[in-house]
Structure formats: C-alpha cells, structure tokens
Design a protein around this ligand. Sequence first.
Ligand SMILES: [Mg+2]
Length: 88
Amino acid sequence: MQMEKLYRATINKWGEEAQYDQAVEECAELIAALKHYKRGKIDKQAVINELADVTLMLGQLSWMFGQKQIDEAIQAKLTKLDQLMQNR
Ligand SMILES: [Mg+2]
C-alpha cells in the first residue's frame, strides 16, 4: 500500500519519537486554528489545511499503533455513543 510505504519511510528518516512530537505539534496548530477561525481571524481553508495535517498524522500514528486495534476501539466508542443517544 502506498501510504504504508510513506509511513515507513518517515519512521526510517526521522524516527518514532519525532512522529509523536509532530502529531502533538499538528494538534496544537489545529487547536489554534479553530480558536482563530471562531474569532474570524483566519478563513475556512486555513482550518481545512490544519485538519489535513492532523488527519495525516492520525494515519501515521494509527499505522504505528495498529489500525485494527484502533478500528475496534472506535467501534466500541460508537456503540457506546449510540446507546447514549437512544437513552436521551
Ligand atoms: Mg499544521
């Protein structure tokens, strides 16, 4: 798979820890972008760009930690959320 090849290449070039740091940084940028968007300081495209960065990092981290386990955790959380919505 193309993405897998890319994820592996980034680990080989920068190492695992650098990917954790990069993920933290991209999340912080998205947090700041949402705050700025709310106050009308940046446009929608700037938020989209930060969302793209975070989405890519989530792909990288999901690959590192195990996509299958994450899919299972997501499914469990969706089930819980669905139950919560039905009990309202
Ligand atoms: Mg960013």
